[in-house]
Design a binder for this molecule. Structure first.
Ligand code: 3MF
Ligand code: MG
Length: 344
């Protein structure tokens, strides 16, 4: 059984670097150039938004959609790349301004489901059965604007329609507590999996955990992963780092909290994640003010830090761990972990 990890990222992880209060700092990079960077940076898997894969998803005919997705598949094959998942980017369409699946307007809810079915079709043309649902705008800025109880049922109804649309598709919900909305309806993996178990085919609904999102919810990312792993529901991860509870920073994995990063790697090792063949997604962004010439390094650096931490987890002295636990000497265990991380 493989103890090797496979790595992926999305084209959005090579970005312009603009923030809401400043100018763009890096030029836009064409999608084809980004694809060429994958192998160079040591990555095999590509994560797609539906419109990264096929521009203008809504306006294409079914035949055009199929042709465009199959052309991309050939490009991926040519580059030796594997599509990991497709995620519907509902949040950039003006119709989805108040959410898609949970919009008050029935026409918008229908649009959101139809658009997502198209994303499912793109996934199957590309040759992956995984869809990620980051429920970006499914929440509120003002609580009184929606019926939150009904919103959960709308989301379950939408997921059911997607499951029925394609018997192969698997949906991984990516929870996040806020941003862009003030409060999101599916803030944690506990919420996501509760929703999963209420759908028509719970076996085909799981989760993706992002480090920063767990931290924004005030939770420990490794425990969020453990919860999903304990139910065989951790179908991808978005590893990164986050400095406290503020905007979503998508920093280099381990750059803020190395101990937490170590514990995320530890739980992936304990859960046998590499043996599942699933990807380690690195949802990291270069610093917003970083100059363009080195603005891909955050990806390779995150992968290097991850692999160094795998070595650290595997080489931690198990006898020391056992003795400390038996003696309930947690001070000694803590010191052993810190010394191991510091390289003593
Ligand atoms: C938002 C995110 C996104 C999603 C991606 C897939 C930039 O906070 O983390 O990554 O993961 O859009 O839906
Ligand atoms: Mg993410």
């Amino acid at each position: 059984m493989s103890t090797e990890y496979r790595f992926s990222f999305g084209p959005w992880n090579i970005s312009e670097g603009a923030d809401p209060f400043g100018p763009p700092v890096r030029p836009t990079i064409e999608f084809s150039k980004k694809l060429a960077s994958y192998k160079k940076l040591g990555f095999e898997g590509v994560q797609f938004h539906d419109d990264d894969a096929v521009p203008d998803v809504d306006s294409k005919s079914a035949a055009e959609l199929e042709r465009a997705a199959k052309e991309l598949k050939k490009v991926l094959d040519g580059e030796g790349l594997v599509p990991e998942f497709v995620a519907p980017r509902l949040w950039e369409d003006p119709r989805g301004i108040d959410g898609g699946f949970t919009a008050n307007c029935p026409d918008v809810r229908k649009w959101a489901i139809d658009r997502t079915k198209r994303a499912v079709d793109i996934a199957s043309y590309l040759g992956t059965n995984l869809m990620v649902l980051w429920l970006a705008r499914e929440g509120t800025y003002i609580r009184e604007s929606k019926n939150a109880i009904q919103a959960y049922q709308y989301q379950i109804d939408a997921i059911n329609q997607l499951l029925e649309h394609n018997p192969e598709i698997h949906l991984a919900i990516e929870p996040k507590p806020n941003e862009p909305t003030d409060q999101a309806y599916v803030p944690t993996i506990g919420h996501a999996l509760a929703v999963a178990y209420r759908t028509v085919d719970p076996n085909r609904v799981g989760g993706l955990i992002e480090t920063a999102h767990a931290r924004l919810a005030g939770l420990d990312a490794s425990d969020e992963m453990a919860f999903a792993l304990s139910m065989d529901k951790l179908w991808s991860v978005h590893l990164n780092d986050q400095n406290g509870m503020k905007y979503d920073q998508d920093k280099t994995f381990g750059a803020v909290d190395l101990r937490s990063a170590y514990n995320q790697v530890r739980v992936l090792e304990l859960g046998g994640y590499p043996q599942t063949g699933r990807f380690i997604g690195l949802d990291v962004k270069a610093m917003r003010t970083q100059k363009a010439d080195v603005a891909e390094r955050h990806l390779a650096n995150s992968k290097t830090i991850f692999l160094r931490l795998v070595e650290k987890v595997r080489s931690f002295p198990k006898d020391v761990e056992r003795q400390c636990i038996e003696a309930r000497d947690y001070e000694a265990l803590e010191m052993a972990v810190i010394e191991h991380l510091m390289g003593k």
